[in-house]
Design a protein around this ligand. Structure first.
Ligand code: PGA
Length: 238
């Protein structure tokens, strides 16, 4: 794993955006795995700025997001569809057909998980997966104890994850109990991974990850087995 030290959140976001822009410039048909949450927001802001100023094009880029809440339709203000649209997609020249997130209101959620996995495969797999990490080590919504063999699947969110995400809702009771997430196996099939870590609340999780101890009770630890991981972490997290 390559570790890049950033001064603070803004610097981490600039470095991450630069990293992605370089890859997009080299391969305009890149298949990008994307994440929601507070961590990648600054990166997305910079991708938009760069698109406006330098014209980096996303016309041939395909994206797959890590996860979506169950029960939230794409136009729900708290859905990850909405988050991505507001924080990134609506400001880029990306084609709607090339944007993929799991459908949290699919009639058959198990079938939706299977279909999502197949869509990724059909596209040729993910070139670069952007990741944040929960303070409990989750990646996507893969909570501690998730099998490393899991593909896209249905998960029950832990109380700690619901509490962490409550800041995006009016009340914790509004935070869904279930989600669809790419599995650890899905994430590990990405050809390259960029993990962003910011802030003191992630410090012990990052330390745990860097200890090199790989175990299912700490999902992010699996990244130690991936051949091509870059971590950009700010000083508060390091
Ligand atoms: P955050 O979430 O970026 O909002 O801290 C990361 C995660 O839970 O994966």
């Amino acid at each position: 794993m390559r570790i890049i030290e950033a001064i603070d959140y803004e610097h981490m976001s600039s470095l991450a955006a630069r990293f992605l822009i370089d890859k997009i410039s080299t391969n305009p048909e890149l298949v990008l795995g994307l994440a929601t949450g507070g961590t990648p927001r600054g990166t997305y802001k910079r991708l938009i700025e760069d698109h406006r100023m330098n014209g980096t094009s996303y016309k041939e880029i395909t994206t797959y997001n890590l996860d979506e809440y169950v029960g939230f339709s794409p136009d729900n203000p708290n859905s990850y569809h909405t988050f991505m649209s507001e924080n990134l997609f609506s400001e880029l020249d990306i084609q709607k057909n090339n944007i993929h997130l799991p459908n949290g209101v699919a009639l058959d959620l198990v079938e939706e998980c299977k279909a999502y996995e197949e869509r990724i495969e059909k596209t040729g797999g993910i070139d670069i997966q952007l990741l944040g990490m929960g303070s409990n080590g989750h990646i996507g919504f893969n909570e501690p104890g998730t099998s490393f063999e899991a593909n896209t699947h249905l998960v029950e969110l832990t109380q700690s994850t619901r509490e962490a995400n409550a800041r995006f809702f009016n009340h914790i009771d509004d935070v869904p109990h279930e989600a669809i997430t790419m599995g650890i196996a899905t994430i590990m099939r990405s050809r390259e991974i960029l993990l962003l870590v910011s802030g003191e609340t992630k410090r012990s999780a990052l330390k745990e990850l860097l200890s090199g101890d790989v175990r299912e009770s700490f999902p992010a630890s699996v990244l130690n087995r991936h051949p091509h991981v870059t971590i950009i972490a700010d000083q508060k997290a390091l």
